[in-house]
Design a protein around this ligand. Structure first.
Ligand code: HGY
Ligand code: MN
Ligand code: MN
Length: 410
């Protein structure tokens, strides 16, 4: 294996993680860089500057996906890595960012070593991976892959009625590169695990075999506001009660279905939200996931049946809106093997693992052989300003990424 002893420039990677972490920085640590906001634009500008400084051919597509490509001796579909630089509103500084900056670092290390690869190698930052302001998540890779038509994506609005098209326009990231129909030789994403398994088991690298299925549904309940003191219980249409009953059921559903089922009510709003008024309206979201699509569908059916029954009994109307639905995805075994071998050759403890979180890789797997590399999250914490991955583990993940890319690009 050529370039056996090549390693990334740890200082350069860590310095960039720090610098990116200062954009949208939150009190007490962490980041808030919601998709297509001013903070997102600032992060994009910083990344594009670094890509250009590395001599990459930078292309921005109609959905703001940013790709920096390092030429190979031959033209043709690139070996690609990438992830995202948008965050949730209470995000950490590694989720997504580590994958993009490690990819950039791998390409710069190839530059420093004067390595010529047969195939082009590219790093992409996908727009709106988190999907917290505009649903669904993994939206940039979905548009890139052709799974979501551009005009449909532009028309999606946030809670303030602001559309993606307007927001992308405002931050100046509607590029001219086309979306859909992109040819990619192979895709590898480095990401923090965001869970406790690698840390609990003392492994540095996770060779990720697949991602679980994701189902996001928004439920809006419409009842009737009434006086909390004078209205007999039997004559209430309490939207808040229905939302609370459904939220409690969502939690029980994980136990009822079992076998790895996870369920979360992340959004819970009632109106008018006043101490002595029976709630007229309520809005909740249910995020339910499973590695088995059959079980996930079963959980969705159980939940919908419970919502209908509970709302009917209370005389409350319900509106359902699917915010995201992705099937479980298995990665290319040969690529997973390559990642495990690269990690072992580099002397890192490694194990196979499956991803509980959604990632752009699960969309890219639709168009090319794809796999992921995980590094540990301290305390298994993520989507939390306490999110932390050690410098050593960031470096280890980036080195495995570098060697996997070289292996694929030869
Ligand atoms: O929801 C997810 O799993 C990812 O963070 N978008
Ligand atoms: Mn992520
Ligand atoms: Mn995330």
């Amino acid at each position: 294996m050529r370039h056996e002893n090549i390693r990334i420039n740890r200082e350069r990677l860590l310095r960039r993680l720090e610098e990116m972490g200062r954009i949208g920085a939150l009190e007490g640590g962490g980041n808030s860089r919601l998709a297509f906001t001013e903070e997102d634009r600032e992060a994009r500008d910083l990344l594009v500057g670094w890509m250009r400084g590395a001599g990459l051919d930078v292309r921005i597509d109609r959905f703001g996906n940013i790709t920096g490509t390092r030429a190979g001796l031959e033209d043709g579909p690139p070996v690609m890595t990438g992830s995202h630089i948008d965050t949730v509103a209470t995000g950490g500084k590694y989720d997504g960012v580590l994958g993009v900056l490690a990819g950039l670092e791998a390409l710069e290390t190839m530059n420093d070593a004067g390595i010529e690869t047969k195939r082009p190698v590219a790093v992409t930052s996908f727009s709106n991976e988190e999907g917290v302001r505009f649903q669904p998540d993994m939206m940039g890779s979905l548009v890139y892959q052709g799974g979501l038509p551009l005009d449909e994506a532009y028309a999606i609005v946030d809670r303030d009625g602001c559309s993606i098209g307007e927001s992308l326009e405002r931050i100046g990231y509607i590029g001219d590169a086309p979306v859909g129909g992109n040819a990619v030789h192979a895709f590898i994403e480095l990401h923090i695990e965001q869970g406790p398994i690698l840390e609990d088991e003392g492994s540095t690298i996770g060779a990720v075999e697949g991602v679980q299925g994701i189902s996001w549904t928004e439920y809006t309940f419409a009842g009737r506001s009434a006086h909390a003191g004078t209205t007999p219980m039997a004559r209430r249409h309490d939207a808040g009660y229905v939302a609370a009953a459904v939220a409690a059921y969502v939690r029980r559903l994980a136990e009822e279905v079992g076998r790895g089922q996870v369920t979360t009510v992340g959004v819970f709003e009632v109106e008018p939200n006043l101490v002595n008024v029976v709630p007229e309206r309520a809005r909740i979201t249910a995020d339910i996931r499973n590695f088995d699509n059959g079980l996930l569908k079963d959980a969705e059916d159980k939940l919908n049946a419970f919502v209908t029954r509970t709302a009917d009994e209370e005389g409350v109307a319900v509106e359902r809106r699917t915010l995201a639905r992705f099937d479980p995805t298995s990665f290319a075994p040969a690529l997973v093997e390559k990642i495990g071998n690269a990690a072992e050759r580099l002397g890192y403890s490694t194990r196979r693992i499956a991803s509980g979180a959604g990632h752009d890789a699960q969309i890219m797997a639709r168009i090319c052989p794809t796999a992921m590399i995980f590094v540990p999250s301290v305390g298994g914490i993520s989507h939390n300003i306490e999110e932390y991955t050690s410098d050593e583990d960031c470096e280890a993940g980036a080195n495995v990424m570098l060697h996997a890319l070289l292996d694929l690009a030869e």
